[in-house]
Design a binder for this molecule. Structure first.
Ligand code: DC
Length: 206
């Protein structure tokens, strides 16, 4: 079984995908990590994340250890991840890994293009979103919990900029698949989102 979970940044996809995977006994892949790890390699090589050949070198050298790093969520890496994610050649290089991951035993994958490009025939497709304000408030709390000081206004601006970049890029832009089910988590906590998603999965796979 393949469960595709797409949506904008900080909508609660990751939390939901992890819980679904655990409940259903499926492997879980956070595909954003692939772009973040590629971006980190570009930055550490001293290259420009918008440079196609530098990004291609980085993605071709990607290994397991790069994906396990604990420092992929800082602001510079997030920005660079969005840049490398807009490069069609980078996306192409990561396509096989994602399909192979899901193809072995099934999986829950979260990202931006799982239900549209990576697994267009996924058994279940969810599009998880929330208002910009709700998503920014959650991200802001994460920063505070990690002891990083940023203003809510800065986080709102960052979330809006990343939404815009993800939605308007030419290569695999963020969009809801025609046959996906929308889950709006603006007024929901993680338990409610999980309960709703699990009901949908059970209804679709009965
Ligand atoms: O979900 P995230 O914030 O970790 O994603 C990091 C960046 O990678 C973000 O700019 C969107 C991009 N991304 C993508 O283009 N396609 C995916 N399947 C996953 C992430």
């Amino acid at each position: 079984m393949i469960i595709a979970i797409d949506g904008p940044a900080a909508a609660g996809k990751g939390t939901l995908a992890k819980r679904l995977a655990a409940a259903l006994g499926l492997p879980y892949l956070d595909t954003g990590i692939l772009y973040r790890a590629t971006a980190k390699r570009v930055l550490e090589a001293g290259s420009d994340p918008a440079d196609v050949s530098a990004a291609l070198r980085a993605v071709q050298g990607l290994g397991e250890a790069d994906l396990r790093r604990g420092d992929l969520r800082d602001a510079a890496t997030s920005k660079a991840a969005s840049q490398v994610a807009s490069i069609a050649e980078v996306r192409q290089a990561l396509l096989h890994f994602q399909r192979h991951f899901g193809g072995r035993n099934g999986a829950v994958l979260d990202g931006r293009d799982i239900g549209t490009i990576i697994f267009p025939h996924a058994d279940v497709k969810l599009f998880v979103t929330a208002s910009v304000e709700a998503r920014a408030a959650r991200r802001h709390k994460e920063f505070q919990d990690r002891g990083e000081s940023v203003t809510l206004d800065d986080v709102i601006a960052d979330v809006q900029a990343r939404d815009e970049a993800d939605r308007t890029r030419a290569a695999a832009p963020l969009m809801m698949a025609m046959d996906a089910t929308l889950i709006d988590t603006t007024e929901m906590d993680a338990d409610e989102a999980f309960a709703q998603a699990l009901r949908l999965v059970q209804a679709k796979t009965r």
